[in-house]
Ligand binder design. Structure first.
Ligand SMILES: *[C@@H]1O[C@H](CO)[C@@H](O)[C@H](O)[C@H]1NC(C)=O
Ligand SMILES: *[C@@H]1O[C@H](CO)[C@@H](O)[C@H](O)[C@H]1NC(C)=O
Ligand SMILES: *[C@@H]1O[C@H](CO)[C@@H](O)[C@H](O)[C@H]1NC(C)=O
Ligand SMILES: *[C@@H]1O[C@H](CO)[C@@H](O)[C@H](O)[C@H]1NC(C)=O
Ligand SMILES: *[C@@H]1O[C@H](CO)[C@@H](O)[C@H](O)[C@H]1NC(C)=O
Length: 395
């Protein structure tokens, strides 16, 4: 597991970078930063042979040209890869990536930052590990001041939390379901660890297995019901619907599907900073039952706008203006979050990418050390980005 901290400092003016990997703006550390652009002729037209799987990082491509191999090796030692000059401004010259905890090689998920106590809540997810069929009925708590990691159990215990959002003093979580229950939406009080289930069905139909959620400023929920937990046998129940994005009115708990995916899978989800758009990752390239990978499968980040009422002008739980923002350069985006400034942060492969919400350009990648390190989900702190995933190496 990696819990990494990206320290973000204020904006800094920058001299626009050039087309060589060493031409990063003044003030940025060349050991930590790479500027990658097709203005570099060696990258626009790669000499000799080259190939890579969509699931690998570009710098992990097999290349026959030794100069390109050297560029890839250089990229593999950095923490930040910029594809767009704006990325330098967004991250700033003083940012570093640090590994805080090394845990058994396993997926970690559902990070929630608790500002009052400076704690990071997260979980170990799925098999191998855990109890019955890889299930987990406990969670992790990291004290961010002392880096002391402890485990906890909610009251009553909560099985297989997969997504978490902190809002107004509570953790709002969704679960995959467990050995004796289907998935649900619940709140957890971090001062008592009491859990209250608030919704466990859709018109008396069970959910498949929740993957993630986000909330808007009004306290409404956007939840992804996905094949992932069901695919890993985390509960013995069936697959009642296709992967679905649900809207839940936080006041009335009335629930409505926003989007179905007949071919593909739902995963990360995030509401835009101004609340007018929704970003949804389709990670159908990751196959379930049996688990596997489909090079041609969806690895896409979609954007939608919310429709507004013609009579009242109010935002409606209806998606319009579907557009492909981008396809992940490597792997797919598992966790997706939006920063205060509106940038989309997507975790997957060996990176957390920053995506421009308007154009869909990937502005840059935050690397977590490469190799076996795989960021899975993220949450913003005050001036840090907390990342959980799977992996062994640190930076
Ligand atoms: C640049 O980054 C490297 C690697 O993180 C570090 O060892 C070095 O001290 C940094 N140099 C400066 C001038 O900060
Ligand atoms: C290139 O990589 C793809 C994906 O891993 C693989 O399916 C294909 O066989 C490779 N092609 C060559 C010529 O090696
Ligand atoms: C870590 O936290 C646990 C639970 O609060 C406590 O029992 C333990 O003493 C702490 N360890 C350290 C090294 O502070
Ligand atoms: C949620 O329900 C409340 C109470 O009926 C209503 O006022 C509000 O407009 C609803 N929100 C949305 C986004 O539909
Ligand atoms: C990148 O660096 C990591 C960590 O040192 C290493 O394990 C991995 O093999 C490297 N990847 C490539 C493609 O060189």
């Amino acid at each position: 597991m990696i819990a990494s901290k990206v320290m973000q400092f204020g904006l800094v003016g920058l001299a626009v970078a050039q087309s060589r990997l060493d031409a990063i703006p003044t003030g940025f550390n060349a050991s930590r930063w790479a500027w990658v652009s097709n203005e570099n002729p060696l990258l626009a037209v790669i000499p000799g042979e080259f190939n890579r799987s969509a699931f690998d990082a570009p710098s992990a491509a097999k290349v026959s040209d030794s100069r390109v191999a050297a560029i890839n090796q250089q990229i593999n030692q950095t923490s930040f890869v910029a594809y767009d000059p704006r990325f330098f401004d967004i991250i700033g010259p003083d940012a570093t990536v640090e590994q805080l905890q090394v845990l058994p090689f396993q997926v970690h998920e559902a990070p929630c930052f608790i500002p009052e106590t400076s704690q990071l809540f997260f979980v170990q997810w799925g098999p191998p590990g855990g109890g019955e069929n890889g299930g987990h009925n406990y969670q992790y708590l990291l004290d961010l001041k002392t880096n002391n990691l402890t485990t906890l159990q909610t009251d009553p215990p909560t099985w297989n939390i997969h997504g978490c959002v902190y809002s107004k003093g509570k953790l709002h979580v969704v679960t995959d379901g467990g050995p004796h229950e289907t998935g649900y939406l619940a709140t957890i009080d971090p001062s008592t660890w009491e859990r209250r289930t608030i919704l466990n069905n859709h018109d008396e139909q069970p959910f498949i297995s929740f993957n993630d959620l986000d909330m808007d400023r009004e306290g409404n929920y956007y939840m992804t019901d996905s094949l992932s937990g069901w695919g890993r046998y985390l509960h013995p129940y069936g697959q009642p619907t296709a992967p679905t994005v649900y809207f839940v009115n936080g006041t009335t708990l009335r629930i409505k599907p926003l989007m179905y995916l007949e071919n593909g899978n739902t995963n990360g989800i995030a509401v835009s900073a101004d609340g007018s758009s929704l970003y949804v990752a389709d990670t159908g390239a990751s196959l379930v039952r049996p688990s596997g990978r489909d090079e041609q499968g969806p690895r896409d980040l979609w954007a939608f706008d919310f429709a507004t009422s013609k009579t009242t002008g109010q935002k409606l739980p209806l998606l319009t203006n579907k557009r492909l923002l981008t396809r992940a350069i490597q792997y797919f985006y598992d966790g997706v979050r939006v920063s205060r400034g509106g940038w989309i942060f997507g975790a997957g492969g060996e990176v957390v990418d920053v995506v421009d919400p308007e154009s869909g350009w990937i502005l840059g990648s935050i690397r977590m050390g490469g190799g076996q390190n795989g960021p899975v989900n993220l949450v913003f702190g005050e001036n840090e980005l907390w990342v959980v995933g799977k992996g062994v190496f640190g930076m």
